[in-house]
Design a binder for this molecule. Structure first.
Ligand code: ARG
Length: 582
């Protein structure tokens, strides 16, 4: 149990031993530091429950608390607030415990097995800015959940099964009608065919095909037919589809690597196809499907519901499956292969309705136990200065790679070329730029939109990724410079700046828990910034290397080590990358 939680549990017990029962107990961080480090606000509620004077209850509690060596300056204020501070001895013990193992500052949760579905890149289409948020938020949540003791299986869940692939293939057929893939009499081995198409070709082909299909009914029809052929694994078309997937997946992996985003599974929507017959059977037996204009649907609207809730389309009238069907089949698959306690989906807020339909149909058909939680984790958009989703200058969709390049150019202006070796420049620029982008993306609550501002994101001053990286590297370099000095024991507290850092460190477990509950990283992003600022204040006030009081110097180095390790832990949860130098 974390240090602060242990203290809270002990105080709760003291109050209960006095005969008062409490559901839960937390020490509130005091807003008035002159009154104390924390406040206990429970006496007023207890007074009501036990028909007593709150000040009398506060007096009773105070009398017990004064005997605890961990606390000092216990005062009663107003109608019955108890203000208190932590003793120096306790703060010193705290740092030494954290220095032993930073995990002493983490409250592990009860074990759960989670499947996380995030990223969701679409094959044969360039990753765009929207995919950044899913991958970034999803990856950080995965890291957080693991740190807090859950088993998390992450799945990229590639979009590889729908109409976009049909469109791409129609266009390829127009460009290269003689490719053997389109010849049903072809007797050779498809895997030996050289496809004259690269990933960048694919990225160019899709927008062209999509545009054509908007005005050309015949073209769209053909794409529909081809989509069904892919889904039916028809010879030739299916082989071409597989080839396209391979080309595209390779590129997608490279972008995710660059973003420091990693998956246990690289499944696609298509991998669920194996489970579609089973799904259809369960749906059929559950009696919840209906025929409607040649299609098979499930009504998911609740009786008194007034907001729109269209039926879920299971099989389209042309025989192909919808995006919803693949998600339902994926639930069947995941239950079978992993039997998870929860499934989390991290996707754009515009997909809220989709997931609502899928979840409702899952419950109606009992595809998975009711105890298994299905959670949709939506997020807002990254916008341009005009407040609309960020676009290229000519109004097109901004690819993720171009976005990263813009931030890289800003970062390039700001690194210190005197200390970064020439052959390390590219790697350093990329790490910092990605971290700048990712941190800026995690600062707002996930459901809040924000504005893309590369100059601001890459600034080394202010609430930015580069500021955190720079400060963390500086802590490390102080520790390296003083490696010959003793760095074992935190012996004494110098002043309020030092105290303030220790108090901040004690807050960490609460922040991690809060973030896990809200499934948003903003609290952690705030916290690491606040802690870093407090440390930097200390750094500017003291000359650690020149300090003559050796006990104080040793204490300062231990404090630095603990803050450094905490920063590394948090930056790693957020998925940021710390370069050697910058
Ligand atoms: N490929 C989808 C898109 O780009 C996101 C996939 C989200 N996950 C899911 N299981 N549907 O919009």
């Amino acid at each position: 149990m974390s240090i602060i939680k242990t203290l809270e549990t002990d105080i709760k017990k003291i109050i209960e031993d006095l005969g008062y029962s409490l559901d839960k107990f937390t020490l509130e961080v005091s807003k008035r530091k002159d009154l104390g480090d924390y406040q206990i606000n429970d006496c007023m509620n207890l007074a009501k429950a036990y028909s007593k004077n709150p000040r009398i209850i506060a007096e009773e509690i105070k009398e017990k608390l004064v005997q605890d060596y961990r606390l000092k300056n216990i005062n009663i204020a107003g109608p019955g607030f108890i203000n208190l501070s932590l003793s120096d001895k306790f703060l010193i013990d705290t740092i030494n415990l954290l220095n032993e193992d930073i995990d002493n500052n983490i409250d592990k949760k009860e074990f759960k097995k989670i499947i996380m579905d995030y990223g969701g890149a679409n094959v044969a289409k360039a990753l765009h800015v929207g995919h950044l948020r899913s991958a970034n938020i999803g990856e950080a949540l995965k890291r957080l959940a693991r740190k807090l003791g859950y088993e998390v299986i992450s799945d990229a869940h590639l979009g590889d099964y729908g109409r976009p692939l049909g469109l791409v293939i129609v266009e390829i057929k127009n460009m290269y009608p003689d490719l053997p893939y389109f010849d049903i009499n072809y007797k050779g081995n498809y895997s030996e065919i050289e496809l004259p198409i690269t990933n960048s070709d694919l990225e160019r082909i899709y927008p062209v095909a999509s545009l054509k299909s908007k005005t050309d009914e015949k073209y769209l029809d053909e794409a529909r037919i081809i989509t069904t052929k892919i889904q039916n694994h028809e010879k030739g078309i299916y082989d071409l589809w597989k080839k396209i997937i391979d080309i595209s997946k390779k590129e997608i992996k490279e972008v995710y690597d660059k973003l420091n985003v990693y998956y246990d599974l690289w499944e696609g929507e298509s991998d669920a196809s194996e489970y579609i017959p089973e799904l259809l059977e369960i749906l059929e037996n559950s009696g919840i499907t209906k025929k409607s204009e040649g299609a098979t649907i499930i009504e998911v609207k609740e009786a008194e519901e007034t907001s729109p809730m269209p039926p879920l389309l299971v099989v389209k009238s042309n025989g192909s499956y919808s995006y919803e069907t693949t998600d339902l089949a994926t639930i069947v698959e995941r239950k079978k292969k992993f039997n998870p306690d929860e499934i989390w989906y991290c996707a754009d807020e515009r997909q809220q309705l989709h997931f609502e339909q899928v979840f409702r149909a899952t419950r109606k058909a009992k595809l998975i136990d009711d105890s298994v939680k299905l959670e949709y984790i939506g997020f807002g958009t990254m916008n341009g200065e005009d407040g609309k989703p960020f676009k290229t200058r000519d109004g097109g969709v901004m690819s993720l790679n171009s976005l990263i390049d813009i931030v890289k150019e800003e970062t390039r202006k700001r690194i210190n070329y005197d200390i970064v070796a020439e052959d390390k420049v590219e790697e350093t620029v990329e790490k910092i730029a990605i971290s700048a982008l990712k941190y800026a993306d995690l600062i707002p609550h996930r459901t809040t939109d924000y504005i893309f501002c590369p100059e601001k994101f890459s600034d080394v001053e202010g609430k930015t990724g580069p500021y955190l990286l720079y400060s963390t590297i500086r802590m490390k370099s102080l520790l390296l410079k003083s490696y010959e000095y003793k760095q074992d024991d935190y012996i004494k507290i110098n002043n309020d700046t030092d105290r303030d850092i220790v108090l901040e460190l004690l807050e960490l477990p609460n922040i991690l828990t809060k973030s896990l509950e809200s499934k948003s990283l903003n609290d952690i992003a705030d916290y690491v910034y606040t802690l870093t600022n407090k440390y930097n204040k200390f750094y500017s006030e003291n000359r650690v290397l020149l300090e003559e009081d050796k006990q104080l110097q040793e204490s300062w180095l231990v404090l630095t080590k603990v803050v450094y390790n905490t920063n590394i832990l948090l930056l790693d949860i957020l998925g940021l990358m710390v370069p050697e130098k910058m």
